[in-house]
Design a protein around this ligand. Structure first.
Ligand SMILES: [Zn+2]
Length: 517
């Protein structure tokens, strides 16, 4: 992500402040929840099936995701009306139980009409902020295949958590683009990056409205009764829930083939007006940027490429939605901006393919995507990474509040703090200086290969960097990632005093200024 919208930051803060309560409300037509055991019931001495956990124990967001099963595929079949923001749909979840289950949770906010598990009607109730509690008619055994069919409806823009919604309604449609909470407003899920799955996403909209999502189109849009059209998208690579997205509205779609043979699908909101050419001059370079990044980070991890330029009244940030990043209009106000395209596409390796195992590991996403911008600046002759390090370091005095947020442990309310990005990139540059270019540019592709389509931690990154470099990196990474205060740098690491402003600085700053602190 880059350039965080104030509303979405407030959402994260509000949600982080909320705690799971046990005040359940019954879903219409699904009696029986009142008889269910509570979370606090004692562990039974027998091997009776147990409830799946309401969360996965993430250190920042403990109730995100759910225990007891692993999702393999989501089939999300929706119908959307831009005039009313009414979303109705059926999501079919293919999963496998990882324990004997008496019941399990999904993360979801809209109104549920019915739930079936392996063909049998199931009971659904609510707990906490976003927990849908599903009790199958028959207990589930460990290893068993689960087919969970959830039928639902709702108005996502009016479905608020702590006063906010992660669904952005626009004049001509809507956007389901957010981090770390997005899925709750459009499909029931196991909402944590550690449970990746493949997706089929289809949406019926009034004919003349476009729908963009992840991956490829397995078939062209199909006409449906009532002057409607159904759009279908498919992603065959493991995808974290927050990286699935929808952009619905008036879009010009540009399809092409990348140099590596992959499909490229870019989409531009027709509302962009005079911002349109700058958006195109940036996003149309996606395939070139992916090719450049592949030379540094290793093979591109997914099956398609692209970008979506959102409408003027849409999101105020950009997000690395898998295979097709989504950009708010603010990035084009100064003209073409390839730096944000580099940032979001670097996330395809760092964040999307190698995902956090815990949200406290956010530096593995944002530090690396920000450092990619410095490498691109160097490539473009607009300032070297060293020059950008020097200028960034000097631009924050030692007593600046900026240095008080350690990027390796920013806290749940600060996962998108500027320090995670800028100090995060500085940390990588110091690592590069310490290990040398040969080792540094061996560590990056080794990291993306070793954890491809998986999850990883900062600790694992340090272990890999130490293995490849043969150095003990404890002191360096402690100082740059985990210790409040401005780390010292060897004077030999400074190219000039005071450093001159690199050419790319103004554009990088304009992109990063959309960050709220
Ligand atoms: Zn980012």
């Amino acid at each position: 992500m880059e350039g965080v919208h104030p509303v979405r930051r407030a959402l994260t803060a509000a949600i982080a402040a909320l705690t799971v309560t046990t005040a359940g409300t019954l879903v219409a037509g699904t009696p029986g929840h009142a008889a269910l055991p509570g979370w606090g019931r004692p562990v039974l001495p027998t091997a009776a099936p147990q409830p799946g956990g309401p969360g996965l124990g993430d250190s920042y967001f403990p109730d995100y995701g759910n225990g007891g099963y692993d999702v393999e595929h989501y089939d999300v079949r929706l119908r959307y009306d831009p005039q009313t923001d009414l979303l109705t749909g059926t999501t079919t979840i293919l999963a496998r139980a990882t324990q004997d289950l008496s019941r399990f949770n999904l993360d979801f906010l809209l109104d549920v009409d019915s739930v079936r598990v392996n063909g049998w009607p199931a009971t659904a109730g609510r707990e906490g902020v976003h927990e849908l509690v599903v009790t199958p008619r028959r207990a589930v055994t460990a290893g068993q295949q689960l087919t969970v069919v959830v039928r639902y409806s709702g108005v996502p823009s009016e479905t608020l958590v702590g006063g906010y919604t992660g669904w952005t309604r626009t004049d001509d449609g809507a956007m389901a683009v957010n981090e770390p909470e997005s899925a709750w407003w459009w499909f029931p899920s196991n909402d944590h990056p550690t449970d990746k799955a493949t997706y089929d996403i289809s949406v019926s909209v009034p004919t003349g409205v476009e729908v963009i999502s992840n991956g490829v189109q397995p078939r062209p849009p199909v006409a449906e009764a009532g002057n409607r059209t159904r759009w279908s998208w498919r992603t065959t690579s493991p995808t974290a829930t927050y990286l699935a997205f929808l952009a619905i509205g008036q879009y010009d779609i540009v399809s092409d083939t990348a140099p590596n043979g992959q499909p490229v699908v870019n989409a531009y909101s027709t509302t962009l007006g005079e911002l349109g050419p700058a958006a195109r001059a940036s996003i149309e370079r996606t395939a070139e940027i992916v090719e450049w990044a592949s030379g540094i980070f290793g093979p591109y991890p997914f099956e398609a490429q692209g970008g979506v330029a959102g409408p003027v009244d849409g999101i105020g940030f950009a997000l690395e939605t898998q295979t097709r990043s989504v950009y708010g209009p603010g990035f084009w106000r100064r003209g073409a901006n390839t730096y944000v395209v580099v940032h979001e596409n670097a996330h395809q390796w760092f964040g999307d393919s190698v995902s956090v195992g815990d949200w406290s590991d956010i530096w593995l996403n944002e530090g690396f995507a920000s450092y990619a911008e410095w490498l691109w600046s160097e490539e473009q002759g607009e300032g070297t990474a060293q020059e950008l390090f020097d200028f960034t370091y000097a631009s924050y005095p030692a007593d600046d509040e900026f240095w008080q947020v350690p990027p390796g442990e920013p806290g749940p309310n600060r996962i998108f703090d500027g320090a995670v990005y800028d100090r995060g990139a500085m940390a990588l540059h110091q690592l590069r200086l310490a290990v040398g270019d040969d080792a540094f540019f061996a560590i990056l592709p080794a990291w993306t290969a070793e954890h491809r389509h998986g999850n990883a931690s900062i600790e694992q990154f340090q272990a890999l960097a130490e293995r490849i470099s043969g150095l003990d990196l404890d002191d360096l990474l402690d100082a740059w990632l985990f210790t409040p205060g401005r780390p010292g740098v060897p004077t030999t690491a400074r190219t000039s005093t005071p450093p001159t402003e690199p050419t790319s600085w103004a554009k990088l700053r304009a992109s990063h200024q959309l960050l709220t602190r």
